[in-house]
Design a protein around this ligand. Structure first.
Ligand code: ATP
Ligand code: MG
Length: 189
């Protein structure tokens, strides 16, 4: 299996590039943000819990996210590989992902870090909030999310470097240009 972690700050383009990777390499896609938004839309208990955290720009507790991830992963049959979009976001989640894959005889193949300057992230997310109306894409919540990214999520860069899985991608440029860089990294595996 080709198991790809797509990583980056909020607004770095994980969702956009994941869609392209999924189409080209015929992978399954787990976007934890999309899973949570679907639960909120359907008014489930999980959705109600998640909304409280998301609206505050905070992360959903690790134990809950890890359970969700494993159940989505196990719903895929005869998978050629999975793209993990928005997970892991903490060291505990990265450990859990590693263990979950190991229990299934699998491993992360590569971690792609989409790096985008902070001013550009702000601009993109504010625009996305205006276009799509995503409730957490407002200036105050974006600032909290970027803070959470720096404190809880960015330590994963060194974690994946130690695992020998880290690959930097310049997330600034055209969508096609960024995708070409991603394909080059995947094709070199
Ligand atoms: P991007 O724009 O690059 O897709 P994003 O950070 O804007 O990234 P999502 O990945 O959709 O958006 O996540 C939205 C929110 O869902 C997060 O701010 C967080 O509250 C919650 N969330 C998503 N994934 C996780 C996770 N792995 N652990 C904890 N909370 C999560
Ligand atoms: Mg997303």
């Amino acid at each position: 299996m080709l198991n790809i972690v797509i990583f980056g700050a909020p607004g770095s383009g994980k969702g956009t590039q994941s869609e392209r990777i999924v189409n080209k390499y015929a992978l399954n896609h787990i976007s934890t943000g999309d899973v949570l938004r679907a639960e909120i839309k359907n008014g489930t208990e999980l959705g109600k819990t998640a909304k409280g955290y998301i609206d505050q720009g905070q992360l959903i507790p690790d134990a809950l996210m890890i359970d969700i991830l494993a159940s989505v992963f196990d719903s895929f049959k005869d998978s050629k590989g999975v793209i993990f979009d928005g997970f892991p976001r903490t060291i505990a989640q990265a450990d859990a992902l590693k263990n979950m894959l190991a229990e299934r005889g699998q491993d992360v193949s590569i971690m792609l870090d989409l790096e985008v300057p902070e001013e550009e992230l702000m601009t993109r997310l504010i625009k996305r909030g205006q276009d799509s109306g995503r409730a957490d894409d407002n200036e105050e919540t974006i600032k909290k999310r970027l803070h959470v990214y720096h404190s809880q999520t960015s330590p994963l860069i060194d974690w994946y470097k130690q695992e020998g899985k880290y690959h930097h991608i310049n997330g600034l440029g055209t969508m096609d240009g960024i995708f070409a860089e991603i394909c080059e990294a995947i094709d070199s595996l």
